[in-house]
Design a protein around this ligand. Sequence first.
Ligand SMILES: *Cc1c(COP(=O)(O)O)cnc(C)c1O
Length: 382
Amino acid sequence: MPFRKRMVYMDYASTTPVDPRVIKAMLPYFDKKFGNTMSPHEWGMEARETLETAREEIASLLGAAPNEIIFTSSATESNNLAIKGVAFANKERGKHIITSKIEHLSVLEPCRWLERNGFKVTYLDVDSYGLIDPKRVEEEIRDDTILVSIMHANNEIGTIEPIEEIGKICEEKGVYFHVDAAQTFGKIPFKNRDLHVDLLTISSHKIYGPKGVGALYVSEDVRMEPLLHGGGHEFGLRSSTVNIPGVVGFAEACKIAEGEMDSEITRLTELRDKLIQNILETGRAHLTGHPEKRLPNLVSFWIESVEGERLIMELNERGIAASTGSACASGKLEPSHVLLAIGLSRREAKNSLRLSLGRWTTAKDVEYVVDALWEIIERKSR
Ligand SMILES: *Cc1c(COP(=O)(O)O)cnc(C)c1O
């Protein structure tokens, strides 16, 4: 039978297409309702109302108060604001921060930068599933610890961390707790209160909203400094004229995600497990990340004698978008810091594959990808 090519996007963890319903909601805000929220006239008033409505909508989904939501440009900015903002405002209290070895680079790099500027950072180990032990967090908290930053779910291996337990520990010890929820918000249900978080990062383009918008939840009692100084937007924590079309799109994307979450979790988990089962049946693939405590839309492996970059290219030739790990890490020749942290050798880590599913992934797509993978893996291991 001739090879029939499909186009299959299985890289939703790196970014998602904007949902057509989101585009529709955004359109009027480019030309008709284009006002600046700081303007005293009718246009400005309308922009302010739009902004506050979007803020209320996102706040209510997180179980937060509207004045606890700061709009930013991305999860990267939110993570930077959370970490540096807390560090700068609380350095008289202490200069110690705790995070993990498997965080996104937008957490690790601000931490490394703070280390070069007089702060101390503890990078916690994870087990072979990528899980952080809450007891280890407790042991590492010292008198001068001001912040703990741990991701909700890992973007490369999908493992969901015991955030609730870690949050309780931080609460008891009086240490601020920041969570990077870029991979979980809109995908698995949670409320900030249940997680005991003080700061939480979310991003629009991971949940079918536009790129260039994110938010940081900052609990009312957190002391922090802004990174951007200027006109005092966003309660003084993030100056710069607010991206109203972006914020409107983000809020719409959140509402859609919330409404469809339960059915999507069921549908995607089924597709995910089918992918895992069929890929493991090749006898050459090893699942990375936790078998159960994992994102409903993410599968990750390392595959014997199949080099990751090569595999991605072969899949690409068949119309399939996959990833070796994080988009940010690919392009570099270094193996992923996450895969090394869960104990893979450098060689194993370079043989990694991540497939992430989303709103438009079908059972047919899964079959097509499984067939392609079987064919490539069998040929390589002959
Ligand atoms: C994608 C991602 C980020 C960065 O998000 P941007 O909005 O692209 O800056 C941060 N953390 C995690 C866990 C992510 O998956």
